[in-house]
Design a protein around this ligand. Sequence first.
Ligand code: SF4
Length: 208
Amino acid sequence: MTNGNNRKILEILEYHYKDTTTALEYNNNFELLVATMLSVQTTDMQVNRITKGLFANYPTPQKMLSLTEAKLAEEIKGCGLYRNKAKNIIATVKILIKEHGGEVPANREALMSLPGVGRKTANVVLANAFGIPALGVDTHVFRVANRLGLVKAKTPYQVEEQLIKQLPREKWGEAHHWLIWHGRKVCRAQKPLCSDCALKDLCPSYVG
Ligand code: SF4
């Protein structure tokens, strides 16, 4: 169960970021999966710049498989780790076609068996593509949840476990977005804007 302070923090986050969603741009579940894979160590804005042309030409696993790994690497060159990502995406596309009828699977185990798909990516896809309760922990969620004292965690999985115990299942996916947007706009990694923060009276990491 959540304590009173945490409950208030979560209510304020929900109030301020209620209708936020992912900044990644996509038109189908496959594009969401690829965009989320590309977003590791790359900003969502940069991913959107890259996927605009990529998804216009290769919006399905079948179409993307017409690219070689080298050609895909060329297309996504503005991303961090782009060679590795190209290798994983081509391998993932082959598995989607061979084992899932060209569709993105709607369960965590199948998603996490895809090359380059970790728990965070799987959770983001489950929540955003299928509305399945899941809370992805990226760098913003990890930092902000720890700073606010919502969790005391050393790993993303610990953050996820501790956060979901404090939220009803239907809010797991939304809470991911609240924490990300607070991390982007206010509780930045470098120089958080504590004096402008709506949570400053409740936050144990407030710096005046
Ligand atoms: S008070 Fe500062 S450290 Fe705490 S959540 Fe707000 S910006 Fe982050």
